[in-house]
Design a protein around this ligand. Structure first.
Ligand code: GRF
Length: 193
C-alpha cells in the first residue's frame, strides 16, 4: 500500500489496536487529548509509529472552542506528514468544514459509527438503539463529510441486540465487528484511491 494513513483517536483505541495487529501500515497517530489510544501506539506498535497529542483544550472549552483554528492546525500537521488518508477511530472532535475541502482531505477521511446509519447518528448511538427497542443494530464505515455521521457508506454489518444487553455489552459486540471490518474497508479504500 503506497498511501500514507493517519489514525485519529480520543478514547480507548481498541480499533487502532486492531488495525496495528492487522498489519495495516499506519504512518501517524494523532489524539486530541491524552488517552489510552496514545498508550496503545507507544506500547504495542513495532516498528514504532509517530504519535502526537494535539491538545484541543488549548483552543478553548465548550462554546469558546476555536474549532476552525484547531482544524487548521490538525490539517497542517497531517499535510506536513504527507498523509493521504485520515481514519477517525473514536475521534471525538467535530472538525470544521475546511478539512473536508478537496484541496485538503475531502473524500479521504473515513469514520466508523456504531449504528446502521442513517439510524442513530450522534455520540449516543448505542444507547439510542437500545432505548428504541430495535432488535438489530450494527456498524457503518463511511466517508466523512462536514455533516456528522453522514457521507457515502463503504461498509455496514449488522449486530443483533440480545436480551439483557447493556450499552457496554452491546457496544463491545459492535466493536468486535468493527475491529475486523474497519481495517478491511480501509485496505479496499486505499487500493482504489
Ligand atoms: C467505535 O465504536 C467507533 O465506531 C466509534 O467509537 C468507538 C471507538 O472505540 N466512533 P475505541 O476507542 O477504539 O475502543
Amino acid at each position: 500500500m503506497n498511501k500514507r494513513i493517519a489514525v485519529l483517536v480520543s478514547g480507548t483505541g481498541s480499533l487502532l489496536d486492531a488495525m496495528i495487529k492487522d498489519g495495516l501500515p499506519i504512518d501517524l497517530v494523532v489524539a486530541d487529548r491524552p488517552c489510552r489510544g496514545i498508550d496503545v501506539v507507544t506500547l504495542s506498535a513495532q516498528p514504532a509509529i509517530p504519535a502526537a497529542v494535539l491538545y484541543r483544550a488549548s483552543y478553548g472549552k465548550g462554546l469558546a472552542f476555536k474549532r476552525e483554528l484547531y482544524t487548521a492546525w490538525l490539517t497542517d500537521f497531517l499535510e506536513r506528514f504527507g498523509i493521504d488518508i485520515v481514519v477517525m477511530a473514536g475521534f471525538m472532535t467535530v472538525l470544521s468544514p475546511m478539512i473536508f475541502e478537496p484541496r485538503h482531505y475531502g473524500g479521504r477521511i473515513l469514520n466508523s459509527h456504531p449504528s446502521l446509519l442513517p439510524l442513530f447518528k450522534g455520540d449516543r448511538a448505542v444507547r439510542d438503539a437500545l432505548a428504541s427497542g430495535v432488535q438489530i443494530t450494527g456498524t457503518t464505515i463511511h466517508v466523512a463529510t462536514p455533516e456528522v455521521d453522514s457521507g457515502p457508506i463503504l461498509a455496514q454489518e449488522e449486530v443483533p441486540i440480545l436480551d439483557g444487553d447493556t450499552e457496554g455489552t452491546l457496544h463491545e459486540r459492535i466493536k468486535q465487528v468493527e475491529r475486523v471490518l474497519y481495517p478491511k474497508t480501509i485496505r479496499a479504500f486505499a487500493a482504489h484511491l
